[in-house]
Design a protein around this ligand. Structure first.
Ligand SMILES: [Zn+2]
Length: 89
């Protein structure tokens, strides 16, 4: 009887994910913030504290920054990333 069904369905649109998986701790907590004004981007993980900033080109997007981040993490020795949290010599 005139029952209006208002279904609230969240259909994820095809868009970039807001968070990426962290190359360091594996959680999906890496956010990329692009500051086009200064042509820089900051990629940071809210779980493990990984944080890097990169100079960017206008055409680069969040995904590109994320790639830069993973490259940087995987190409640098872990001791530099975990600077003084774990001091096992
Ligand atoms: Zn992390």
């Amino acid at each position: 009887m005139g029952r209006k069904r208002k279904r609230v369905v969240h259909i994820p649109k095809k868009r970039l994910p807001k968070f990426f998986s962290c190359p360091k701790c594996g959680r999906e907590t890496v956010g990329v913030k692009i500051s086009r004004d200064v042509a820089r981007a900051i990629a940071g993980c809210s779980s493990c504290g990984l944080n890097e900033d990169f100079p960017i080109k206008p055409a680069q997007t969040e995904v590109d920054i994320y790639c830069l981040l993973t490259d940087k993490v995987f190409s640098s020795p872990k001791k530099n990333l975990v600077s003084k949290t774990q001091n096992d010599s």
